[in-house]
Design a protein around this ligand. Structure first.
Ligand code: HEC
Ligand code: HEC
Ligand code: HEC
Ligand code: HEC
Length: 151
């Protein structure tokens, strides 16, 4: 006579599945951030957090208000597409109050964009650092705002 009992390995399997589902349900309730789903499939509080972050960039237009000569020089030369703050660093504090100085530049940052790298577009001229006057500072020879002129 055949027994109608559920085979024990199936019982174990069902218990295991229930355990996994249960753990998942408990974790979901306890680990989901409170504001998740408030507006959509993201954390509602993330909006306030993003809005509360301090702005550090002023934007090139803001620099133009007081440094229109530099702005005009830059616009005429090859660096016209490089924003002021790309080189000078975040300068919002300075733009609001010129007594706050911008960071001091030594020219070492030029290599960020100009050291030879085959992935770069050809229009962005590249140099081999060890061949291109390695013992001198870039801005000892190049005018940063007008890179096609020399000092
Ligand atoms: C409200 C006017 C004002 C705005 C806006 C402004 N600056 Fe200035 N900036 C000044 C003054 C004044 C000086 C000091 C005099 C000078 O060197 O021309 C100065 C000096 C500088 C210097 C030279 C600092 C040094 O150590 O010699 C840099 C670099 C500079 N500003 C960059 C910027 C950048 C980048 C921006 C845009 C984010 C900007 N400024 C926006 C007024 C301003
Ligand atoms: C390619 C990088 C680069 C860009 C882009 C750039 N600067 Fe400069 N800037 C420099 C460097 C480097 C110096 C220091 C120059 C030196 O000591 O010969 C400098 C110097 C300055 C100075 C000090 C006075 C002077 O003319 O030497 C001011 C003011 C200034 N920059 C403002 C600006 C403003 C405003 C913009 C955007 C319109 C801008 N810069 C864009 C690299 C840059
Ligand atoms: C954010 C990237 C960036 C930084 C930083 C930067 N450059 Fe450039 N530079 C460029 C680009 C892009 C061009 C080419 C623009 C174009 O014509 O398409 C260029 C062009 C030049 C050229 C002209 C090359 C030629 O003959 O065509 C020289 C020289 C130069 N840069 C030197 C410098 C020096 C010196 C510094 C540091 C003060 C510097 N660059 C910082 C992006 C940068
Ligand atoms: C001793 C002066 C001197 C120094 C220092 C110097 N350069 Fe130059 N640079 C030149 C001269 C001159 C040229 C034009 C002739 C040439 O291409 O060699 C030039 C050309 C360039 C070019 C255009 C290359 C091309 O293929 O047209 C770039 C980009 C450049 N330099 C970036 C830099 C950077 C970045 C530094 C700092 C790491 C630097 N230079 C240091 C003198 C100098």
């Amino acid at each position: 006579m055949q027994s109608s009992r559920v085979p024990p390995q199936l019982v174990r399997l069902i218990l295991l599945v229930l355990l996994i589902l249960g753990t998942y349900a408990i974790a979901r309730v306890n680990l989901t951030p409170k504001t998740f789903g408030q507006y959509g499939h993201y954390r509602g509080a993330a909006l306030d957090e993003a809005a509360a972050r301090q702005l550090v960039f002023a934007g090139t237009k803001a620099c133009n208000e007081c440094h229109d000569e530099t702005f005009a020089k830059l616009a005429k030369d090859r660096h016209k597409n490089v924003g002021c703050e790309t080189c000078h660093g975040p300068s919002r504090a300075h733009a609001r109050n010129p007594d706050v100085t911008t960071q001091k530049l030594t020219g070492e940052f030029c290599v960020r964009c100009h050291v030879a790298d085959p992935a770069r577009p050809a229009a962005q001229k590249q140099i081999k650092l060890h061949e291109h006057f390695p013992s001198d500072s870039c801005i000892g020879c190049h005018v940063a705002h007008q890179p096609n002129q020399s000092k």
